[in-house]
Design a protein around this ligand. Sequence first.
Ligand code: FPP
Length: 250
Amino acid sequence: MDKKLQILQHKIPNHIAIIMDGNGRWAKKKGMQRIFGHRNALTAVRQSTTAASKIGVKFLTLYAFSTENWNRPKLEVDALMNLLVTSLVKELPEFQRKSVKVNAIGNLSSLPTKAQNILEKVINETKNNKKITLTFALSYGSREEIVNAIKNISKKVVNNKLDIKKIDEKIINNHLYTFNLPDVDLLIRTSGEQRISNFLLWQIAYAELYFTDVLWPDFREENLFNAIIDYQNRERRFGKTSEQITDNDE
Ligand code: FPP
């Protein structure tokens, strides 16, 4: 049966986050350099965005470059940064045509100027698009994000701009890079690894986790739909009992 038909329209995850892993292994299997894997990852990015948008997912967040990824060989880092720039330039008309609003989270000021400039342009030119928000996590680390939030909140307390008693989950949320994004409902990681790797630690508190052996460059619409179908068969209890959830569902 067509995978799309198996998806329940009333249980579409609002926010999907993906740890796109396995580009290097994909290339190695083909006897190629790692960067060949990254280049071939773009089809998966495009297909996931289109497929998610088509079924009504409103937010898609992709882990494109972690703070730890700066430690990779310079040649690979440079190639990834170049790929980011050329892909954003190339995809901008598609983002417009498909009403994709582009967003970025992470320590963006550490990116090369060229990448910062094109990101700013794409974010600005797509800011009124409504169909789906596509967030790239770039030079992103969740612990660093939380440390920054704590520093900024502390500054406000020290300067008497914020009463310490008022600090709650909402205030912390508002100081994260993701202040304008909802919590993650479904987190997907490809390539068989079952780790979170410092990605959206706060935001995945109640997310369902889905791991697949598919290497990211091979990830297609069907794989995304499989993850969503799996998600829809889970029971999200948010700490309540199964009976409470079933009663509310009917
Ligand atoms: C993980 O595979 C992938 C990355 C660290 C980079 C992700 C980059 C892309 C998907 C390229 C396109 C993205 C943009 C935004 C242009 P890996 O290299 O860790 O693979 P391995 O674990 O098999 O070595």
